[in-house]
Design a protein around this ligand. Structure first.
Ligand code: RIB
Length: 394
């Protein structure tokens, strides 16, 4: 930024020691010491922040008029507004949102706290959340909790110190009662995304996981599968419990009921592969697997290939999420679609309302529909030809 000759700011500096320029040639930069004395600190003023006071002085109006002109506020005629905007642009003025937030009590920033953004599911959720935040004139800050309670609380603390307007979280279940109470007491609006409403005082946005599990079960039953496994994540994961409940119940209540094998493990690619090896070693004749999410399903494919098994010829496979890669991999994965972008978008819509309501904070719960996306990873166990692989499971 070029120094601004003729702009005299130093004498108007504040106790924070803000910098100023003395109108001399060459210009000199001044600051106020904490004791309130002016101090010349050199002539390189290129690092000087331009403040709203500078814009006001250059425009010949007061700071409140500048603020209203730049924020499309009331009581400023068109001519003044244009003049102030032009001066602000010429001075390269950037509003200090932190200072403004102290006055308005809003930072216009929201945070998205997810377990791990490397799961492509969250990338799509984040995209929806960001788009909604932008249309609400807010920025979105991303934090990964790794499902670690301490890390999550450290983030929350730091976000509160930054006067965040609201937080989207994908889980509070790993927090102890005291930590959950701290969250409520903080008064910051919170929306849980990807979490069902059960037992939550917070607002929630979630896909209908139980129906999704049931859809997967009915699809496999209709294809004629009877020896079915469900590979899933940790037991305490609420979403997965709902998925498993829908899946198992639909199998058990079928006209000709089926008792599936359910294995719990890590909720990622490695977990999917590890559980598949265990399944193949310990359970004979499985013809179909429902993986708790698509990333786990990719792990199933890996482990099955390593054992010389083909999908779907030797093993049918269905996932959950419908992340973008699922339509690209070979074979394209049949899966349960959850509206990820819409989930992030809806969660921010609620958050913005809560941020506006401040003290009122009426919780809201949105349950989003799911659908089965049929691709090429499942087939009937009776379909021919089978068995040209090294090992047949039936
Ligand atoms: O925790 C992340 C997982 O939960 C996603 O893969 C998706 O399945 C979500 O519901």
């Amino acid at each position: 930024m070029m120094p601004l000759p003729g702009l005299f700011l130093g004498a108007h500096g504040d106790q924070a020691g803000r910098l100023g320029i003395v109108s001399s040639s060459p210009p000199q930069c001044k600051t106020l010491t904490p004791a309130g004395q002016e101090q010349i600190i050199g002539n390189d003023c290129t690092f000087m922040p331009i403040t709203i006071k500078d814009v006001a002085r250059e425009s010949g109006v007061n700071t409140s008029t500048v603020s209203r002109a730049l924020n499309n506020g009331y009581g400023v005629n068109d001519e003044t507004r244009k003049h102030v905007i032009a001066v602000a642009a010429r001075l390269n003025y950037r509003p200090n949102r932190v200072a403004r937030g102290l006055v308005t009590g809003r930072s216009h920033s929201l945070a998205l706290l997810v377990s791990d953004i490397r799961n492509p599911f969250f990338a799509e959720v984040a995209r929806g959340a960001e788009d909604a935040a932008r249309s609400g004139n807010c920025d979105l800050v991303l934090c990964n909790s790794d499902l670690n309670a301490d890390k999550q609380m450290q983030y929350v603390q730091s976000l509160l110190e930054k006067r965040i307007d609201g937080i989207l979280m994908n889980s509070v279940s790993m927090l102890n009662e005291e930590q959950q109470a701290q969250l409520v007491a903080s008064g910051v609006p919170i929306v849980l995304l990807n979490r069902s409403p059960s037992n939550h005082t917070f607002s929630t946005v979630c896909a209908d996981n139980e129906s999704g599990g049931a859809l997967a079960a009915k699809y496999l039953l209709n294809l004629g599968h009877r020896k079915i496994a469900h590979l899933t994540g940790p037991r305490q994961h609420g979403n997965l419990t709902d998925r498993a409940r829908g899946f198992v119940r639909a199998l058990q209540t079928a006209v000709d009921p089926v008792q599936p094998t359910v294995l719990h493990g890590k909720f990622n690619f490695a977990g999917g592969a590890e559980l598949t090896r265990k399944l193949l070693d310990e359970h004979q004749g499985i013809t179909a697997v429902f993986a708790a999410n698509d990333v786990m399903a990719f792990g199933v494919v890996r482990a099955a290939l390593d054992r010389g098994l083909r999908i779907p010829e030797d093993l049918s496979l269905i996932g959950f999420d419908n992340i973008e890669f699922s339509g690209i991999v070979h074979p394209p994965l049949t899966t349960i679609h959850q509206p990820k972008y819409e989930m992030g978008y809806a969660a921010v819509e609620i958050l913005l309302r809560l941020a506006r309501e401040k003290a009122k904070q009426t919780p809201e719960h949105r349950l989003l529909g799911v659908e089965l996306i049929e691709r090429e990873s499942c087939r009937s166990p009776l379909a021919k030809p089978r068995g040209s692989s090294k090992r047949s499971l039936v």
